[in-house]
Design a protein around this ligand. Structure first.
Ligand code: PLP
Length: 490
């Protein structure tokens, strides 16, 4: 008999149910060729004794393995590893090691400069990230209840099948009504496309509407992923400066008279990365230029909800009378980035173009999530949650800015942001952000080096410091640690 007690590893502290651990361990051993087809397994009582688990756990595991076709139950004889499994030869470690030359041999050609870097997953407990929400505040219980209710309600119905490429009609109607009331839009459900986050919305808009050689104006500096997206379609990017009031629209007309401009991409509410708000006069000016020179405005309003002043500035889209604005938004910051929900609001013919493109990369969104979210919005749960989160984030922003000023007055300069989830911090010359970002993890804290945000070759020493995902005590700890890293190393 095989030594099942050592082959099948169980971790009783792991959150995965034990019967599922037994299932995956058996599958692994079968695939590795250790437990072979036709092998008779010990009876459930014996196996339970060997593995140190309850007999019922083993029975449930065997039922699952049977349901998946890995074992056969032969009446009066016992349980056997199934006979017709694909043959998988047990391999030595060396054979399994990654063969670095493989992509070339196989004919793949990677062009790393064209694509964006994959960001490292942040493991540090204290992270001064790019401006993430605090997922500990997210309305998870309400979401779980609404999701489960909708899943049960629509079990066996068309909602769970292939369906609407535009997104659930119910969500589009709820959003349209809400945004018409609160953001001054005049939309209908047909002006909406629900996406999996605003990043997808940006990708679809740029790929469907911007073509090779098209000239697109962005701020210097700009949301780096949007820049990459534009580069990938072969657009020619023209920059205009960004000051404390957002894009310097006054400098745009000169470009419009010398170039045929296809689009302007703008993060109007809180400019990414510098966090400033595009002031109302410039919004009006930008719309007037769009109308005069017939270019479209891609308005990425990804964090509209998070404004800490009296009230947010209405989107450019609310004043657009000519259908020139493609308005993009997201619920990633409002709930949690893991719930992939974003949207595009635009004239219907634009939405239809985006949907044609969506069809080749994603046949639809998560219908149940969309329905659950719409229900939560209608019931006022999202609004209540937003009020609670805003209050927290406002306090955190204040604490963060005060502490930063107090502890690092000669090192970091910044303007207190009116909204968003990060500050734009300029570090003094004597503290190289690139070095600081390398050293900080040794002190169990994360800080970005800012390189992706700053124009290349300009040696700017600035980065975004997220304040929203840490509570007040954590903010104090993080800034104390940051001060320590700087004091001990620079
Ligand atoms: C300016 C901007 N736009 C869009 C996004 C995409 O966010 P999501 O796809 O989660 O909605 C981000 C992410 O932080 C962002 O900073």
């Amino acid at each position: 008999m095989l030594p099942y007690q050592t082959l099948i590893c169980i971790n009783k502290n792991c959150s995965q149910p034990i019967y599922l651990q037994i299932v995956s361990e058996f599958i692994r051993q079968i695939q590795d060729g250790i437990v072979k087809s036709g092998t008779k397994l010990p009876g459930s009582r014996k196996l339970a004794e060997l593995l140190g688990v309850h007999r019922k756990t083993v029975v449930t595991a065997m039922e699952e393995l049977y349901a998946q076709g890995w074992v056969e139950l032969i009446p009066y004889k016992g349980t056997y590893i199934a006979g017709c499994l694909p043959k998988v030869k047990a391999k030595q470690w060396s054979e399994q090691a990654v063969n670095l030359t493989m992509p070339k041999e196989a004919g793949f050609e990677f062009t790393p400069t064209k694509l964006i870097q994959i960001p490292t997953i942040l493991n540090q407990r204290l992270s001064l990230n790019d401006g993430y929400p605090d997922v500990r505040l997210a309305p998870v219980e309400e979401m779980a209840t609404a999701y489960a209710r909708n899943l049960r309600r629509y079990a066996g119905s068309n909602v769970l099948s292939y369906g609407n490429l535009f997104g659930q009609e119910y969500l589009r109607s709820v959003l349209s009504e809400e945004f018409n009331k609160t953001r001054g839009l005049r939309s209908t459900a047909d002006n909406f496309l629900i996406t999996r986050g605003s990043q997808m919305a940006i990708y679809l808009t740029i790929n469907a509407l911007i073509h090779k050689g098209d000239k697109v104006i962005v701020g210097e500096t700009n949301y780096h992923v949007a820049n990459r997206c534009l580069q990938m379609v072969g657009a020619k990017i023209l920059h205009i400066p960004v000051d404390k009031d957002g894009l310097v629209v006054e400098e745009m007309e000169a470009l419009c008279t010398t170039h045929s401009i296809k689009a302007v991409y703008v993060t109007s509410h809180h400019h990414h990365p510098t966090t400033v708000t595009l002031k109302p006069e410039r919004r009006i000016q930008l719309l007037a230029l769009a109308e005069k020179y017939r270019f479209m405005i891609i308005e990425d309003d990804y964090d509209y909800e998070f404004h800490y002043g009296n009230c947010p500035v209405l989107p450019l889209a609310s004043a657009d009378r000519h259908g020139l604005v493609v308005y993009i938004g997201s619920f990633s910051k409002l709930t949690a980035p893991a719930f992939r929900l974003g949207y595009v609001i635009a004239p219907q013919n634009v939405i239809r173009e985006l949907v044609k493109l969506r069809r080749v990369i994603d046949l639809q969104g998560d219908a149940v999530l969309e329905l659950a979210f719409a229900e939560m919005m209608e019931a006022g749960i999202i609004r209540r949650y937003l009020k609670k989160a805003l209050k927290q984030y406002r306090i955190r922003r204040n604490v963060f800015c005060e502490l930063l000023q107090k502890k690092l007055p000669n090192v970091v300069s910044f303007n207190k942001p009116q909204g968003g989830m990060a500050i734009w911090a300029n570090f003094s010359e004597k503290v190289s952000l690139v070095e600081l970002a390398k050293i900080a993890p040794k002190y169990d804290i994360f800080i970005g080096d800012g390189l992706i945000h700053n124009p290349p070759n300009q040696n700017l020493n600035s980065t975004r410091l997220g304040f929203a995902s840490l509570n007040e005590a954590e903010i104090e700890e993080a800034i104390t640690l940051l001060e320590k890293v700087i004091r001990e190393n620079f």
